[in-house]
Design a protein around this ligand. Structure first.
Ligand code: ACO
Length: 430
């Protein structure tokens, strides 16, 4: 009979151990019984950057990186992108099911009711330097919201928690748009409750003067689909930050600020900004082969927008974005950098270096081109990522809080430093 266990022989002691295997994993703490001697702490696993460590059981997002599959609560991402709105997906991530029509209406009006921010927050944004990066402003102002909602510390009160979740999903577009307006020196535009989630965001970014803003339906839909594609991605760097900070029972505003900080980095949410800069630096199609050569030789950094910790196949989101790009470019006119991107992809996908390492375009390879065609400056790209990802962060945060197995996140280390030694007074040090 096949047993769901793992037998381990410790060659140091000759002892064998049988550990249960559940859901394809052993418990790392089960290894602690494996000791070389009585004063031994017990065996640990060493896993820098969590390459092979599950930190939670989750029912939210499924990824099969080898096959290029992404599902939210069981629904394939391509179906969600085709048939749903971002707010439906946010509801799905949070509640486990897509909303019925009445639930959808109620959810939409709840979110719409919370899009305003306290006027003092406007003054706070005003106080940033004229050239402040909008992502820095966003992360700081989200953290500041914690001070406006001290009751958000009651994280185990479901009603309170849900109120703060709604507030965060609703207010992020406002903070994001205002960060952009500040960096451009434009007056702030207040939320327009008559518009859709994406339409309202476009209005707060683009409206000039008193005339109501009417978003182009193709661009509004494209932005909404981009929001869907970025809403969650299981235990990525920023979600891990959200869970780690949330595990200390900090309130959701400061936890989201920590997640936003993680998203800011060029290896994560800053990648599409880096892709655009890279494409501009390459400058023309004929320079692509030389650039690829330099990447392979380690002289030009990495090919940004390529490779993924989990996907060792084409990122399914990149496929959807590539298709959507045509609809956007029909309205905006083609982005001249697209030709360079397509050539880069073509050469990289047939180059042994990239093939061998299973490096494919990720979600960020084409998203920046679309954002740029829509008129967003590159420093807004990570901000555009953060707007929908907050629904994923909050779903994962709530799952963490309700998971009885979770405790404060606190990894172990393998200490390789000095043994005990005596302090020599400053004057006596050579
Ligand atoms: N260009 C060139 N080489 C690459 C790239 C790349 N984009 N990505 C990985 N490699 C190479 C590495 O040099 C390494 O080669 P080696 O085995 O000869 O040393 C090998 O492929 C494996 O790379 P790792 O760094 O071990 O892969 P990891 O899973 O840690 O990194 C990451 C994943 C960070 C996404 C990486 O592929 C990368 O830096 N890509 C560019 C940045 C990017 O596009 N990030 C967006 C990710 S998607 C998102 O956050 C939404």
């Amino acid at each position: 009979m096949v047993k769901d266990t793992l037998s381990i022989l410790d060659n140091r002691t000759g002892r064998t151990y049988e550990l249960p295997v559940k859901d394809g994993a052993i418990r790392a703490t089960d290894l602690r019984q494996i000791k070389a001697g009585t004063d031994d702490f017990g065996l640990m696993t060493y896993d820098p950057a969590f390459l092979n460590t599950a930190s939670c059981r989750s029912k939210i997002t499924f990824i099969d990186g080898d096959q290029g599959i992404l599902r939210y609560r069981g629904y394939p991402i391509d179906q969600l992108a085709e048939k749903c709105s971002y707010l439906e997906c946010a509801y799905l991530l949070l509640n486990g099911e897509l909303p019925t029509a009445p639930q959808h209406e109620a959810w939409k009006s709840e979110v719409t009711a919370h899009t305003m921010v306290h006027e003092d927050v406007r003054k706070l944004i005003d106080s940033f330097r004229y050239d402040a990066h909008p992502m820095g402003m966003l992360a700081s102002t989200v953290a500041a919201l914690s001070t406006y909602y001290p009751e958000s510390k009651r994280i185990f009160d479901k009603q309170q928690r849900r109120l703060d979740i709604t507030r965060l999903i609703a207010k992020l577009p406002t903070l994001a748009a205002w960060s952009y307006r500040h960096s451009r020196g434009y007056p702030y535009v207040y939320p327009d409750n008559e518009l859709s989630f994406a339409g309202n965001f476009l209005s707060m970014v683009k409206r000039m003067g008193n005339k109501p803003y009417e978003p182009d339906p193709a661009l509004e839909r494209a932005l909404d689909v981009l929001f869907i594609l970025h809403a969650d991605h299981e235990q990525n760097c920023s979600t891990n930050a959200m869970r780690a900070v949330g595990s200390s029972q900090a309130d959701p505003y400061v936890s989201v600020a920590a997640a936003a900080a993680a998203l800011y980095g060029p290896l994560h949410g800053g990648a599409n900004e880096a892709v655009l800069r890279m494409l501009k630096e390459i400058g023309s199609i004929d320079k692509v082969p030389a650039f690829i050569k330099e990447v392979k030789e380690g002289k030009s950094g990495r090919l940004m927008g390529f490779g993924h910790r989990v996907y060792k196949n084409y990122d399914p989101r990149a496929k959807i974005i590539k298709k959507m790009a045509d609809a956007v470019f029909e309205v905006t006119g083609q982005n001249p950098l697209l030709k360079i991107a397509v050539e880069l992809e073509k050469i990289a996908l047939s180059d042994e270096y990239f093939v061998k390492r299973k490096l494919y375009p990720n979600v960020d390879f084409y998203s920046g081109l679309i954002y740029e065609a829509m008129g967003f400056p590159v420093d807004m790209f990570p901000v555009l990522f953060a707007i929908p990802r907050v629904s994923g962060w909050l779903s994962q945060w709530e799952e963490l809080l309700l998971d009885e197995e979770q405790k404060i996140a606190r990894p172990r280390q393998l200490f390789l430093g000095e043994g005990e030694r005596d302090v020599v007074p400053l004057a006596a040090r050579g």
